[in-house]
Every structure is written in C-alpha cells, then in structure tokens.
Design a protein around this ligand. Structure first.
Ligand SMILES: Cc1cc2nc3c(=O)[nH]c(=O)nc-3n(C[C@H](O)[C@H](O)[C@H](O)COP(=O)(O)OP(=O)(O)OC[C@H]3O[C@@H](n4cnc5c(N)ncnc54)[C@H](O)[C@@H]3O)c2cc1C
Length: 446
C-alpha cells in the first residue's frame, strides 16, 4: 500500500484523525468530489490512523459473528448508491453476489465486512497514513477568529506538525472498565479478547468470569465455553437475564438520516428520553440468535448432567484482586438475587463493560477551553457535527462519534456514516478550503 509522505510544512484542506468506517466514508466522499471536479479545485485531505493497517475491532472478529446492520449501510450507498465503493460493488468484484444473497440475510459476517473495508482502504490509499498517531490538535487564530488547526502526528520518526484548515476527529470508541478495575494478565477487557485468548493455556483454565450483559459479553461467554472445555463459565449480569436487541422496523427508524434531523432539533429532555427508550436497539442487548445458542448449550448440558454455565444475576462486581494466588482473580460480588454478597474466584475475568467515545479534551490540551460545553460538561456540536467554539470559526473541528447527546443513538454506529460524510463534505466546501500554513514557531519545533 502506498503511503503519503508528510513534511513539516505541509498543509491540507482536511486532516482526519482515525481511518475507521466514519473517516473512510468521508474519504470516499472527498475522493468522489475530487474526481467529479477534475484536478482543480480539489480537496487536499490526509487521514491518519495509529493502527498499522486497515481493520475493524480485530479482537472481536469471530469467524461466525454477524454485523448488526444491513449491508447497504456501508461507506457510500445511502449517500451515493452508484459509488464504486459500495458493499454491493465489493461483492461483485469478488464474484460473491449470488453467494451473499442466497444466504438470505441482510447482515454481512464481521469477517466479510472487514474484507470490504480493506478493499475500500486499498482504493483510498492516497489519502491515508497508518502507524501515525494524532497526539495534539491546536487551533490557529487571527483577528479573534479560528482560521485553521495545527495537527501533531507521532510516527516512527518522531512528532511532526501539519497544518489543516478543517479537522475531523473520528477516533471511535475506547474500552471502559468499571471504576477501580485495570487491565492485567488475568483481567481483560473484551476489546482485547482474541489477542489475549491466543496466548492463554485454554486446556488448563478451570473457571472464567464474564462481566456484562451485552452482545460482546454473550459472544465471549460462547467463545470461552468452547475454547476452555474444562472451565466453569460465570456470567455476571446486572439484569435477570440477557435482553434481546430490537431490530424491528419502527424502532430501526431511529437510525434513519431523517431521525438525526428530528432528534437534533428536539428538546434535550425529549431527545434523552427517546435515546434511553431505544437503547435496546444497540446497547447492553444481545442478538436473539446468540441468546438461543447459549440457551441450547445450557439445556443440553443439563441433560448430560454437566452444567458449565453459571448465572450471577442482578449482580455487580464491587472489588477485583488479581494477586490472589490460585486460581488468580478474586471478584467481590454484590448479588441482588441468591446469597447477596459473595466472592468468585476465577482463572480469568473478562470485562465486557462497554466503550466511551473519544474525548477531544486531551488532544486540545490547554486549548480545550475553546469548546462550548453543555450543562453536563459535554462538548457541543452544530447539526453539521462541527464543534461549537467560543471564538467564531472559519475553520471547523468536526466531532464524529462524540455527539450522541445531540445527534442521537446512530452517532457512534455505522447506520449513518455515508450520509454524515456527505453532510460534513458539504459543510467543508461551504466553509471554504484555502489552507493555512503552520505558524513559524510551530514549524521550528516540528
Ligand atoms: C465489537 C463491535 C461490534 C460492532 N458492531 C457494529 C455493528 O454491527 N453495526 C454498527 O452500526 N456498529 C457496530 N459497532 C459500533 C462501532 O463503533 C462502529 O461499527 C464503527 O466502528 C464506528 O466507526 P468509527 O470510524 O467512528 O470508529 P472506529 O471504527 O473505532 O475507528 C476509529 C479509528 O481511529 C483510530 N484512532 C483512534 N485514536 C487515534 C489517534 N489519536 N490517532 C490516530 N488514529 C486514532 C483507531 O485506530 C481506529 O482505527 C460495533 C462496535 C464494536 C466494539
């Protein structure tokens, strides 16, 4: 894959942090725009990803896991169904159209979706640089207005600065442990699963705890059940049982582009209530097929007199000791049903306790005060996803995947990546693209 070179004095119309589906969709829209307008004027864009290659949630890429979204909610279709970078065109180029549709499911396999992303990334390679971490974003001002940004990029040769007129932060979701819990040799987050499981002596494992009641938790339970045939698997969930995801037609409308308009314009209280009411379309819920597969395992084991799935319901982990000796991890449990408080000793504890969106505060450092925040301290954005800034801005900082509290539940998901990319591109074109140069003092330090 070719790699765009960067030098300290380079400047771009758009610099994007991250090259997951959100910014890949934007790169697709920019690529199509550039081709449509010819060579001049074209948008000069650079996307940076700290990963060494294209990918997507690589530690949860189980071979039989399906996407929770229809194939057409890809990088382009809902913005431009005639794009060359649709999932349909991918299938066509692979000679797999018939195979896919004969299967009778709208949801691709996760491994298939990643193959699609890699294929698309190959065609967008002029725009992306891997192994390049964005470590700082600094606004440039002139006459009391924000006129551009300087972006510090760390790679194998150090830290360099490029100038950007507009910046798009699409860093995705970061794993979250409960307060006081840290990743360790025997305490993992589900986001680390496959790389940790690959070096585990699974035959020797006698007990595993999986904390959480969402899709990742259910998949990890299933994985550990099969990988560790001698092990008792303990599920610690705050509910009575696993709750199925709602993928029904009317509920699904909350992911439509029109819903983003409606939710953005709504009273914040109404928006919050609707988001909570429809959490079960996505968060802390499990695909009914996964629930049925787990129940079948348990049902069969009961008949065989060899039960291995154990449910700790209405339960929370209130302490974790990893230096416990053998078997290794001691979990303090507050159990709402059964014995109340107790302990659970396991070889491995896996926290499938979710994610939170990238926080722009750390990247902005001492400039974080430029963001206008709501009563809860969250950065706020306009409908076009650009941050509300204290100073008037001719250069925009787009917050992608960080504004569920304003744009609704689809903000962190795939459903709207294509349409959102088109909206962001329109906003960039409307705001203007003459590119700023890095300021002299920053150049000296690059
Ligand atoms: C296991 C799992 C399954 C999911 N399945 C679905 C699904 O089926 N349907 C759905 O709609 N959603 C799903 N989601 C939600 C998920 O957020 C979206 O699918 C999608 O990944 C969002 O794309 P993104 O580009 O915003 O973020 P990401 O895909 O997370 O990409 C962000 C990128 O930014 C890079 N990055 C982060 N910080 C920096 C930095 N400082 N410098 C440079 N690069 C950086 C990361 O390396 C990463 O490549 C799933 C999430 C998980 C965890």
């Amino acid at each position: 894959m070719s790699r765009p070179e960067i030098t300290a004095d380079q400047s771009y119309d758009v610099v994007g942090l991250g090259f997951g589906p959100s910014n890949m969709a934007l790169a697709t829209a920019i690529h199509e725009h550039n081709r449509a307008v010819g060579t001049e004027p074209s948008l000069k864009a650079l996307f940076l990803d700290r990963a060494s290659e294209p990918g997507w949630h690589k530690n949860l890429l189980f071979e039989d896991a399906s996407m929770q979204v229809a194939f057409a909610k890809d990088l382009a279709s809902f913005r431009n169904p005639t794009s060359e970078l649709t999932f349909m065109n991918f299938l066509h180029t692979q000679g797999r159209l018939e195979d896919f549709f004969n299967r009778g499911s709208m949801a691709p396999l996760r491994i298939e979706f990643v193959a699609y992303l890699r294929w698309a990334a190959e065609q967008l390679s002029d725009y992306v640089r891997y192994s390049s971490e964005v470590v700082r974003v600094v606004p440039r001002t002139s006459g009391g207005r924000i006129t551009g940004y300087e972006v510090d990029i760390a790679d194998e040769s150090g830290v360099r600065t490029v100038a950007a007129r507009h910046v798009v932060l699409a860093g995705g979701l970061q794993p979250v442990f409960p307060s006081g819990v840290r990743s360790g040799a025997r305490v993992w987050h589900s986001a680390e699963f496959l790389e940790r499981a690959a070096v585990l002596d699974t035959a020797a494992v006698r007990s595993v705890a999986v904390i959480g009641g969402g899709q990742s938790a259910a998949e990890v339970i299933e994985q550990m059940y099969h990988r560790c045939p001698q092990a008792q698997i303990h599920s610690v969930i705050s509910r009575f049982g696993l709750i199925p995801s709602d993928a029904s037609a009317y509920a699904n409308r909350i992911f439509d582009p029109l819903a983003v308009d409606e939710l953005y314009a709504a009273d914040p209280q109404v928006r919050q209530e609707l988001t909570e009411a429809h959490r079960n379309t996505n968060n802390s819920v499990v695909n009914p097929n996964t629930i049925a597969a787990l129940y079948d395992l348990e049902y069969r084991d009961k008949w065989l007199g060899a039960q291995r799935l154990n449910w700790h319901r209405a339960a929370r982990v209130d302490s974790v000791r990893e230096d416990y000796g053998t078997p290794g991890v001691q979990l303090g449990l507050d159990e709402g049903l059964g014995d109340g408080d107790g302990t659970l000793e396991v070889d491995v504890a896996i926290f499938a306790t979710g994610y939170r969106a990238l926080d722009p505060t750390t990247l902005l450092g001492s400039h974080a005060g430029m963001l206008v925040r709501d009563d809860l301290g969250r950065p706020t954005a306009r409908r076009d996803y650009s941050a509300h800034t204290v100073l008037p801005d001719d250069a925009k900082l787009f917050l992608v995947g960080q504004t569920e509290h304003q744009h609704g539940i689809s903000a962190t998901l795939l459903s709207n990546v294509a349409v959102r990319a088109g909206e962001i591109l329109d906003s960039i074109l409307a705001a203007g693209t003459d590119t700023a140069q890095p300021s002299e003092h920053r150049k000296a330090h690059a």
